[in-house]
Design a protein around this ligand. Structure first.
Ligand SMILES: Nc1ncnc2c1ncn2[C@@H]1O[C@H](COP(=O)(O)OP(=O)(O)OP(=O)(O)O)[C@@H](O)[C@H]1O
Ligand SMILES: [Mg+2]
Length: 275
């Protein structure tokens, strides 16, 4: 496997390709501290004091999420805490009654999701994130829907990141395994060359090994300077790769700290990480 030309790879991190190739390697998640670069003009994503919900009912209450360039920020919290709602709010799928969303210093609070994609956001929703009857390649092409330029190089980068998708490019996405479908979903979002990649439970329903490997690929993406905002049910493992973690409860920020500090916090461990 040649790594040449793949911007999602570098010489750091783990080269285990067993998510896509037979033959494993040992899984070593490298430390992630010190990678992200705080911007002088504020965080790359600044979604601050977001209040809003569905109809008249507020789900989010002054919820704040910020991500620096190249940083992995992870949102954890109980079911129904509003994690997906917060992601939708950042992506413009919710009318906020309060707060704002800024991307790279620009206020995008009033922009549609499509306009946010044009500004550099990519979103992988929690459910229905692939077109099951369309082929893998057609799914990726759909991801490039806003692009007017030649996106084939980006598609090759996605195939380099997830080689199994190249092998299965003519196959219907609905026929793939859960982990492979999640790769299609992530790949589809990468097709617009986002600067911020938002992932809502990318490892839902996959085995622990596939989860580790997906996390490795996400680390690779972050190392190219793409910011990651990710919701995860596998809280402990996700916080291990997180530069920053958010614990959301009832639509509000309960704890915000480095992933490492949250993992070490006895109260967070007891209440949210199962001890
Ligand atoms: N489309 C909707 N219309 C009305 N209420 C909704 C809608 N989607 C979610 N809710 C409600 O908003 C609250 C937060 O839901 P949300 O899906 O954001 O939680 P979550 O933290 O992502 O949960 P999970 O861990 O189960 O994915 C819940 O009470 C849920 O019932
Ligand atoms: Mg959710």
């Amino acid at each position: 496997m040649s790594n040449t030309g793949n911007p999602y790879q570098d010489d750091r991190g783990n080269k285990d390709r067993s998510i896509t190739n037979s033959g494993g390697g040992t899984m070593t998640l490298p430390g992630t501290s010190g990678r992200a670069t705080p911007a002088p003009g504020g965080p790359f994503l600044a979604a601050e004091m977001m209040t809003g919900g569905y109809g008249p009912v507020d789900i989010l209450h002054d919820c704040t999420l910020t991500v620096e360039k190249g940083e992995i920020a992870v949102i954890v919290g109980p079911n129904g805490a509003g994690k997906s709602t917060a992601m939708k709010a950042v992506f413009g799928m919710l009318n906020l009654r309060g707060g704002h969303v800024k991307l790279d210093g620009e206020d995008i609070t009033l922009l549609s999701p499509q306009d946010r994609v044009a500004k550099g956001m990519g979103f992988v929703p929690q459910v229905n994130n692939v077109f099951p009857s369309m082929s893998v390649e057609e799914n990726l092409e759909m991801g490039a829907f806003l692009r007017r330029d030649d996106f084939r190089a980006t598609m090759e980068q996605v195939y380099d990141l997830f080689p199994i998708l190249k092998d299965k490019r003519r196959q219907a996405a609905g026929e793939l395994s859960g982990g492979q479908r999640q790769q299609v979903a992530v790949g589809r979002a990468l097709m617009t060359q986002p600067k911020l990649l938002m992932l809502d439970e990318p490892t839902a329903g996959v085995s622990p090994i596939v989860m580790d490997e997906l996390f490795d690929r996400i680390i690779e993406v972050a190392r190219t300077g793409i910011s990651i905002l990710m919701v995860e049910q596998n809280a402990r493992q996700a916080l291990e790769i997180a530069d920053k973690g958010y614990v959301l409860v009832q639509g509000a920020n309960r704890y915000t700290d480095t992933g490492e500090a949250l993992l070490a916090n006895p109260e967070v461990r007891r209440t949210f990480l199962g001890g």
